[in-house]
Design a protein around this ligand. Structure first.
Ligand SMILES: C[S@@+](CC[C@H](N)C(=O)[O-])C[C@H]1O[C@@H](n2cnc3c(N)ncnc32)[C@H](O)[C@@H]1O
Length: 357
């Protein structure tokens, strides 16, 4: 299917050569004119996919309680920056701010890191007193709790194939008839920069991934938390310890699509390598907790008890929806075990709630 971004990328490749998977992914998601997130609100039943805060208010409420607990452990600073990266429709931040009324001594200062003009407009309608930023470096110093739910999976990844002759980067080229895209392999690399630690164990034929922007984001937030105090909660899908495998996927209208088919028209994501992110956080001096399965995190914070309270004043139809929402967030065959929560914190803080002893 032709599209303005497809044509633009074909022209770019003809002029400058094949793209890395990261360049392709970055353009597909955030091209300033035609990127997937630049141009639309993709979240919800009528969109392409649904996220945890859209499934049940209990998700944001539990995270609100988690923040209140962190704030207590931080010595109750009067002003607390609540920074969310990739806030989507703004539902998580709205539920968090509503829940933080349990801590009236706190003055929450919401910051939203969002690239998409379309989603920024939607978030502005739902969040009072927010400030929008393009990156964490624009958020002034001070104690903070940083949230990212399904943000890191949208960070561009590079892919490398273990060929007989050595490592080669997987690239996106124009296909044989000039109207679409095809995979191509770059020249053999000399071990070179960009290869993740998991590369050491890969057998010939396997693909390994690196997410330099996700790692840089976690390094940046870790340095900030060590300096100014606070904690971050990263919730996303991926294995606890990254290993070889091609996890790039495209989703459109709640179904999988070919990642090369229509850039800018489908969501492109990759599994998050929690082990690589944990290494980056520890190297920056921060403490790391988890990752734990989303189900365990939500259960530890009281999600089932909260659902039971909500059901007391619900109609039978609403009660069914509450049960269905909690089931989708926690069942092992739904989001309960593939999705994981990991916390990064100032090492001076006691361990945050939700991560076991
Ligand atoms: C999958 S959505 C998740 C939305 C939300 N956290 C939720 O749970 O509903 C990804 C979000 O990250 C934003 N995003 C993607 N790449 C970004 C980038 N490089 N910088 C800032 N925001 C980005 C998107 O516009 C969107 O708001």
């Amino acid at each position: 299917m032709p599209g303005p971004l497809k044509d633009k990328l074909i022209r770019r490749i003809r002029e400058a050569g094949p793209l890395t998977v990261a360049d392709y992914m970055r353009a597909a998601l955030t091209d300033p004119d035609h990127g997937y997130y630049t141009t639309r609100d993709p979240i919800g039943a009528a969109g392409d996919f649904v996220t945890a805060p859209e499934i049940s208010q209990v998700f944001g409420e539990m995270i609100g309680l988690w923040i209140a607990d962190c704030w207590d452990a931080m010595g109750r600073p009067r002003h607390l920056k609540i920074v969310e990266a990739g806030p989507g429709r703004g539902t998580l931040m709205a539920d968090v701010l509503r829940t933080l009324k349990v801590a009236p001594a706190m003055l929450p200062d919401p910051w939203l890191i969002e690239t998409s003009p379309a989603l920024r407009a939607l978030q502005r309608q739902r969040i009072d007193g927010g400030t929008w930023a393009a990156g964490l470096d624009e958020v002034p110093p001070g104690p903070a709790v940083i949230l990212a739910n399904e943000f890191l999976d949208a960070m561009p990844i590079r892919q490398f194939l273990r060929a007989e002759e050595g490592w080669r980067e997987r690239l996106v080229d124009v296909d044989a008839d000039g109207s679409g895209f095809a995979w191509r392999l770059g020249p053999a690399l000399d071990g070179g920069p960009g290869l993740p630690a998991t590369a050491d164990d890969a057998v010939p034929g396997s693909i390994v991934e690196a997410a330099p922007e996700a790692v840089a984001f976690v390094e940046q937030l870790s340095r900030r938390l060590v300096r100014d105090g606070g904690a971050a909660l990263l919730v996303d899908y991926g294995a606890t310890s990254g290993g070889p495998g091609d996890s790039l996927q495209a989703v459109s209208r709640h179904a999988y699509a070919d990642p090369l088919d229509s850039p800018g028209e489908a969501d492109l994501t990759a599994h998050v390598d929690f082990a690589a992110l944990a290494r980056a956080a520890r190297d920056a001096g921060a403490a790391v907790y988890g990752p734990v399965p989303q189900a365990a995190f939500l259960e530890a914070l009281g999600a089932f008890e909260r659902a039971a309270v909500l059901k007391r004043s619900a109609t039978p139809a609403q009660a069914r929806d509450i049960d269905l929402g909690i089931h989708r967030l926690t069942a092992p065959d739904q989001m309960g075990s593939l999705f994981k929560a990991m916390a990064v914190a100032d090492p001076a803080m006691p361990p945050p709630a939700g991560f076991g002893a």
